[in-house]
Ligand binder design. Structure first.
Ligand code: SF4
Length: 696
């Protein structure tokens, strides 16, 4: 309780692992939570520093309205009136699709739920969250081919049962440090093998370099060659099975009873030449074959997938090929197996679960499914538009064209979206921009009205971590009385706009409505969640939730797991004479996305105060660059100046940098071309050039 200044138990605001931490009310100090369900008291550098920004001097404390190009303080009443007036005007002038809404995977389930309800009550499905940027393609492939857009297994069963960890395009050593150290590394110490596929050597690579063991392989492929690499793996398994049908390279019974599409996969690979593909990947064929054997012959093999796979124009196909591998070997529906996306933000799973997406309502019920829509309408009491809306990158592309107003809760698209220079120009074209945030972000600068929200430590609600565990966060009280919780802001805006449907008495009250329309959460209550949380699906009160999915069948329309052969597709932009290098991007353990919080955290900033670029020694020689030099990186879309780190962590011909730093964000360079189906941008491959002679 906060009354006696006892530390409150809550959840780390950073990555999707969902570690429990404590916060002491009064001075907002971090305290360890020794028996927290996920992490048992362990914490990474970000979690330990999380409270540093709560009382930061840069906090927004009063509503701001822009007048003649300058912000001035306003009362809440004035700010609300202004918002309602503008949203009503846009509705009158352009119809409901004249507005877009950006929800946030850093805010809680209840808040995301309310914002998507508000958008739909306004009459549009143009609501999205930044999952679009990280795992939209993963969610698409998993939903279509297995049934649910989520981790198939949980960290605990993976640690206990997985014999092989196949980690492709994910970097848990850096991005999910506690999952990596507490679960995955522990499994390796006890005998499991790690196969990592990544163009960039990183903390994950180093974390499994355990003395006395040789249970780690790093297949360092060229950026954008994940499909051919997995096709070599799959073809190897199919060939070995032909030669030795009794050795168990594939799981024939599983394929027969539980899947569809195996013939399509075989046909796709019939003229596939492994040696050529291995060369294209830049990885020795024998190494890929050895990895294939380890995966196929283990009792339980688990795949982990991350943004190296999802953030491509072929993102859906990349993940589909991981699903293919798991399905043909029967590595699904058991502890220690599966296809497991590692989610980046503390509530990226939950933001999607509760419907903050343009094509689905709470519980992934399709908006264009009449029956699903009607069942939600029965609870909400208003009509939901039946057509899916634009995604967030599409909304951003339409800004100033068909979209004239934007309501943003806790997002920073000027830095998080690709081709940031163009995003900035388009945002300026909006007639109305409302930003609800805790700091003045690079996006908020362009707002017409800014609402000062409270931080994660000050308020309560629920978040859903990477392995579908719904956990409660508890608030330690406000730092600034003049700020408001996101939930309270949305209740007020909704009530002023629509009169009813938004009058809730705090997060639990919202959760009670949420669980009525979200079948996987239906059995949960705040009481039942308690301190340990519950993994969804939890369909009826009393259900304990499932730690792994698909034991008895897949939840696709057909009930079968869908196999579908896929072929290599080059990134949309490939190196040429003008831009001869491949630029790829990634994040650092010490920073978080657009850095709004982490760059203000003294502990984190000290570790990495500015951006840098990794360049291979041979490229450095060619350009005459030395470690520590400052260079200009250029792409067709912009340029940034960064310090050079000469390292063999990256392959010759590729360069690697990060999006965290406003002054030199990778996203000034990245390409905003999208995967056709999932609409995720290709952050992971763009053509670039280095300019050496610049004024220091
Ligand atoms: Fe927070 Fe993730 Fe670190 Fe855990 S691993 S402390 S959830 S950032």
């Amino acid at each position: 309780s906060t009354e006696n200044n006892e530390p409150i138990k809550t959840i780390c605001p950073y990555c999707g692992v969902g570690c429990g931490i404590k916060v002491r009310p009064g001075d907002m100090r971090f305290m360890p939570w020794a028996d927290a369900p996920v992490n048992e008291g362990s914490i990474c550098i970000k979690g330990g520093a999380a409270t540093e920004v709560v009382e930061h001097e840069d906090r927004l404390t009063d509503p701001l309205i822009k007048e003649d190009g300058e912000f001035r303080e306003a009362s809440w009443d004035e700010a609300y009136s202004y918002i309602v007036e503008e949203m009503e005007r846009i509705h009158d002038d352009y119809g409901p699709d004249g507005m877009g809404f950006f929800s946030s995977s850093k805010t809680m389930n209840e808040e995301n739920y309310l914002l998507q309800k508000l958008a739909r009550r306004y009459g549009t499905n143009q609501i999205d969250n930044c999952t679009r940027m990280c795992h939209a393609s993963t969610v698409w492939a998993l939903r279509t081919s297995l049934g649910a857009g989520a981790m198939t297994n949980s960290m605990a069963d993976l640690e206990e049962k997985a014999d092989v960890f196949w980690i492709q395009g994910a970097n848990p050593g850096e991005q999910h440090p506690i999952a990596n150290s507490q679960y995955f590394r522990q499994a390796v110490l006890e005998g499991a093998t790690v196969i990592q596929v990544d163009p960039h050597a990183n903390k994950t690579t180093r974390s499994f370099d355990i003395e006395g063991t040789e249970r780690h392989m790093h297949l360092q492929n060229e950026p954008g060659t994940d499909i051919p690499l997995l096709n070599v793996v799959i073809k190897t398994i199919l060939e070995k099975h032909e030669e030795n049908p009794d050795e168990g390279w594939i799981d024939e019974a599983f394929i027969e009873e539980r899947t569809q599409g195996f013939d399509h996969l075989k046909e796709t690979l019939s003229d596939f030449v492994k040696a050529e593909a291995a060369e294209q990947c830049g990885v020795p064929l024998e190494d890929i074959e050895r990895a294939a054997e380890k995966y196929a012959m283990a009792n339980n093999s688990a795949i982990f997938t991350g943004m190296g796979m999802s953030q491509h124009t072929c993102g859906v196909d990349n993940v589909q090929n991981e699903i293919n591998l798991a399905l043909i070997t029967g590595n699904l529906g058991r502890p220690g197996t599966g296809v497991n996306p590692l989610r980046g933000q503390n509530n990226v799973q939950g933001a999607c679960d509760v419907g903050a997406m343009p094509n689905v309502l709470p519980g992934y019920q399709l908006v264009d499914d009449d029956e699903a829509r009607e069942s939600v309408e029965d609870v909400w009491g208003f009509e939901i538009p039946p057509e899916p809306g634009l995604t967030n990158v599409e909304i951003s592309h339409a800004a100033g064209d068909t979209v004239h107003g934007l309501y943003i809760m806790g997002e920073n698209p000027v830095m998080s979206e690709p081709d940031g220079n163009r995003v900035e120009e388009r945002i300026k074209d909006l007639e109305f921009l409302c930003v609800q945030d805790i700091f003045m972000t690079e996006t908020a600068k362009y707002a017409d009205v800014i609402l000062p929200a409270t931080t994660w430590a000050e308020r309560g609600g629920t978040v859903t971590n990477t392995d579908r565990r719904v956990q409660r966060m508890r608030g330690a009280g406000k730092v600034h009385e003049t700020t408001k919780h996101d939930l309270d802001i949305l209740c007020e805006v909704g009530t002023r706009l629509f009169g009813e449907g938004f009058d809730f008495d705090g997060p639990e009250d919202v959760f009670e409505e949420l669980r009525q329309v979200c079948p996987d959460y239906h059995g949960m209550t705040y009481d039942a969640l308690g301190e340990t949380g519950i993994h969804w699906p939890c369909k009826e009160p009393g259900d304990e939730g499932d730690s792994f999915l698909y034991e008895d069948g897949f939840t696709t329309d057909s009930g079968y797991g869908q196999i579908e052969g896929v072929r290599h597709q080059s990134p949309a932009e490939v190196p040429d004479e003008e831009y001869p290098l491949i630029l790829t991007t990634g994040r650092l353990e010490e920073h978080y996305n657009t850095g709004t919080m982490s760059r203000r955290s003294p502990t984190l900033k000290r570790q990495h105060p500015e951006n840098f670029v990794d360049i291979h020694p041979n490229d450095a020689d060619r350009y005459g660059i030395e470690d520590g030099d400052t260079v200009k990186l250029r792409s067709r879309r912009g340029e940034i100046e960064v310090k050079v780190q000469v390292t063999e962590a990256i392959k010759e011909g590729s360069i690697w940098t990060t999006p965290h730093f406003a002054a030199a964000s990778a996203n000034r360079l990245t390409n905003d071309v999208l995967d056709e189906r999932a609409k995720i941008p290709e952050y992971k491959a763009a053509a670039a050039e280095i300019e050496v002679d610049i004024d220091p």
